[in-house]
Write a new protein. Structure first.
Length: 120
């Protein structure tokens, strides 16, 4: 009777097989997470230099997004068109830089000062 011989692979062969298995698994996972081309992304611009229609994002200098405008309106509790230091607490990024953004030093941020802060 012939003894069964066990097939042993060299280290290189096992490494190649492991790499192939991991690569195929990664490709499968990537395809599972990829959205179809007919579905538009929910956030951010679709491509360089173009804003997604109706997303609330704008591209280019001088343009303030509708999301920033809505944030200002939500934070402006007394609806006077100014953000006091107390109202700015609702927007941590603005609150941390409040004194820097208050260029006229009147103790409140106008919409123009807020827009400059959002763009910087």
């Amino acid at each position: 009777m012939k003894a069964l011989q066990r097939r042993t692979y060299s280290f290189d062969t096992r490494s190649v097989m492991l790499f192939a298995a991991l690569s195929l698994g990664g490709v499968g996972a990537l395809q599972a997470q990829t959205t179809s081309s007919s579905t538009a992304p929910l956030f951010g611009p679709q491509g360089k230099g173009a804003a997604q229609a109706g997303s609330g994002f704008s591209v280019g200098p001088g343009n303030v997004s509708t999301a920033a405008t809505a944030a200002f309106d939500r934070a402006d509790a007394n609806k006077d068109g100014q953000l006091s230091a107390q109202e700015a607490i609702a927007l941590p990024a603005i609150s941390q830089r409040f004194k820097e953004l208050d260029t006229d030093k009147d103790g409140s941020l106008s919409r123009a000062e807020f827009d400059k802060g959002v763009q910087s």
